[in-house]
Design a protein around this ligand. Structure first.
Ligand code: C2E
Ligand code: MG
Ligand code: MG
Length: 450
C-alpha cells in the first residue's frame, strides 16, 4: 500500500517537475511572460485559425526607447522593475485572447490573434503608445519612458511565424531610425532598406583598415587675387559593390553607430599627412577638415587633434577645423570651451553651413572663430533670389564686423563670383573654381595657382 502511494507521489512529482521545466523553457523568468519560443507557437496557432476564420493577425514588436540609459543611470534593479511594470501595463492594455511576450532585453511582442480589419491593429498600437507614456514608479521617483512599435500583419506581410516576427522587428528598427516614440507598419521597402543599411554598416566598420577610404580636395580661392589659398578635405568611400560612395550616404550612419570616431581620426591623420607632403613640396596652402557634431562632443577631441598634428609634423596654423553651426549651438558653453582650447594651440576654426541653424548673434561674438562659411543654399540663390542675396550680404557684413573671414560655398556661376566680389566676400569654394578631386589631381590642377 505504502509502495503504491509512494509511486503515485513520484508520478505527480515527476509531472510537476516536467511542467515546471516546460514552464521555464517557455517563459521569461523576470516578468513571467511567455518567451520567444512560446510566442512563435502562439503566432503559428493564430495564423492557422485566422486563415480558417478569414481574420487578420497582428504582431507588434515593442521596444523601450533609451532603455540602456535607465540601466546605466538608475541601475539594473531599476531597469528590472521597469521591465516588470511595462509588462504589466502591456497586459492591461490588451485583451485576454492577446498574448504579451518578452522576447529579449527590453523587446516585448504583442500578438493580436483575431483582428477584423488591419486598421484596428494600428489603433491598438496607438493605445499602447499612450498607455506607456504615463509615468512609471512611485510618485517621488517618477520615470517617464516612451516606446517604439513595429507591426506586421498576417496574411498581408508574411504567413510564417518567424517572418512575421522578423518583419515586426524590421518595422521597429525603421520606427527608431525615424525618431523614437511612434509606430510603423512593415513595408517591403523597410526590409530592403534595413538590409542595405546593415551591409553598409558592416562594410563601413572595415573601410579604413581595407584602405577603402579616400580624401578628395576642393580648392578655396581668394576672391581678390583668384589664387588658391587652401583645400577642404572631403571623404569618399570606395565601396566594392557601390563604387564611390558620397559622404551624405555614410556620414549620418557613421554618426549614429559611433563609427564616426575612428573615421574622423582617419580623415584627420590622412589630411595632415597630405598637408605635410604638400608643404614639403613648397605648396603654401591650408587644409580644412570637417568634424562632425558627435566627434566634437568627444571629451578629448582637442588632445587628439594636437597629437595628430605632432605626429605628422603639421604646424597648427595650417589646419582648419570645420564645424557645422548646429553642432556648435547644441551645447554652446562646451563648444566655446573646446574652441578656446583649439585656439590656444593655434588651430583655425570655421563654422560650416552658416545660416542654416539660427544661431544667436550674442554668443557668435563669444566664439573664437576664424572663418564663417556661408551655406551653399544661399550662395546659389544670390543672382536670382532677393532673400538669398540679402542673407549673403548680411553674413558678409556680420563676419567683417566680427573681424573674421568669410567663405562662400557652392559657387557655380560667374554671376555668383561677381556678386560675392562686389560685396567683399574673402574666399569662394565651388564647382566654378574646381570640384573635389584626389590629391594628385589637386596638385596638378591647382599647384601652379598657389
Ligand atoms: P560640407 O563640409 O559643407 O562640404 C561641401 C559640400 O558641397 C561637398 O559635398 C562638396 O562636394 C559640395 N560642393 C562643393 N562645391 C559645390 C558646388 O559648387 N555645387 C554643389 N552643388 N555642391 C558643391 P560632399 O563632399 O558630398 O560632402 C557633403 C558633406 O559631408 C560635407 O559638407 C560635410 O558636412 C560632410 N563630410 C564630408 N567629408 C567629411 C569628413 O571627412 N568628416 C565629416 N565629419 N564630414 C564630412
Ligand atoms: Mg565643410
Ligand atoms: Mg558646407
Amino acid at each position: 500500500m505504502r509502495g503504491v502511494v509512494l509511486k503515485s507521489r513520484d508520478v505527480s512529482q515527476a509531472r510537476g517537475a516536467a511542467d515546471y521545466v516546460r514552464y521555464l523553457a517557455t517563459h521569461d523568468a523576470l516578468t513571467g511572460l511567455p518567451n520567444r519560443s512560446l510566442m512563435l507557437d502562439r503566432i503559428a496557432q493564430a495564423t492557422a485559425r485566422a486563415h480558417r476564420d478569414h481574420l487578420h493577425v497582428a504582431v507588434l514588436a515593442i521596444d523601450i526607447d533609451r532603455f540602456r540609459m535607465v540601466n546605466e543611470t538608475l541601475g539594473h534593479a531599476a531597469g528590472d522593475t521597469l521591465l516588470r511594470q511595462v509588462s504589466e501595463r502591456l497586459r492591461q492594455a490588451t485583451r485576454d485572447i492577446d498574448t504579451v511576450a518578452r522576447v529579449a532585453g527590453d523587446l516585448f511582442v504583442v500578438l493580436l490573434p483575431a483582428v477584423e480589419a488591419p486598421g484596428l491593429a494600428g489603433k491598438v498600437a496607438e493605445r499602447i503608445l499612450a498607455d506607456l507614456r504615463r509615468p512609471f514608479g512611485a510618485s517621488d521617483s517618477e520615470l517617464h519612458v516612451s516606446v517604439s512599435i513595429g507591426m506586421s500583419l498576417y496574411p498581408q506581410d508574411a504567413t510564417g511565424a518567424e517572418d512575421l516576427l522578423k518583419y515586426a522587428d524590421a518595422a521597429l528598427h525603421a520606427a527608431k531610425i525615424d525618431g523614437s516614440g511612434d509606430y510603423r507598419h512593415f513595408r517591403p521597402r523597410i526590409d530592403r532598406e534595413l538590409r542595405e543599411r546593415m551591409a553598409l554598416e558592416g562594410g563601413l566598420r572595415r573601410a579604413a583598415e581595407r584602405g577603402e577610404l579616400v580624401l578628395h580636395y576642393q580648392p578655396k580661392v581668394d576672391l581678390a587675387t583668384h589664387r588658391v589659398r587652401g583645400a577642404e578635405a572631403l571623404v569618399r568611400w570606395r565601396y566594392p559593390e557601390l563604387g564611390l560612395v558620397q559622404p551624405s550616404r555614410f556620414i549620418p550612419l557613421a554618426e549614429e553607430t559611433g563609427l564616426i570616431m575612428s573615421l574622423g581620426e582617419w580623415v584627420l591623420r590622412a589630411a595632415c599627412t597630405q598637408l605635410r607632403g604638400w608643404r614639403d613640396a613648397g605648396l603654401e596652402l591650408n587644409v580644412s577638415v570637417n568634424v562632425s557634431a558627435r566627434q566634437f562632443q568627444q571629451a578629448n577631441l582637442v588632445e587628439r587633434i594636437v597629437e595628430v598634428l605632432d605626429q605628422t609634423g603639421v604646424d597648427p596654423g595650417w589646419l582648419e577645423i570645420e564645424l557645422t553651426e548646429s553642432s556648435v549651438i547644441e551645447d554652446a558653453e562646451r563648444a566655446i570651451a573646446s574652441l578656446r582650447k583649439l585656439k590656444e594651440h593655434g588651430v583655425r576654426v570655421a563654422i560650416d553651413d552658416f545660416g542654416t541653424a539660427y544661431s544667436s548673434l550674442s554668443y557668435l561674438k563669444r566664439l573664437p572663430l576664424d572663418v564663417l562659411k556661408i551655406d551653399q543654399s544661399f550662395v546659389q540663390g544670390v543672382t536670382g533670389d532677393h532673400d538669398s542675396a540679402a542673407i549673403v550680404k548680411a553674413i558678409i557684413g556680420l563676419a567683417r564686423s566680427l573681424g573674421i573671414e568669410v567663405i562662400a560655398e557652392g559657387v557655380e556661376l560667374q554671376g555668383d563670383v561677381d556678386f560675392l566680389s562686389a560685396w567683399g566676400c574673402n574666399q569662394a569654394q565651388g564647382f566654378y573654381f574646381g570640384r573635389p578631386v584626389p590629391s594628385d589631381d589637386f596638385r596638378r590642377l591647382f599647384g601652379a595657382s598657389l
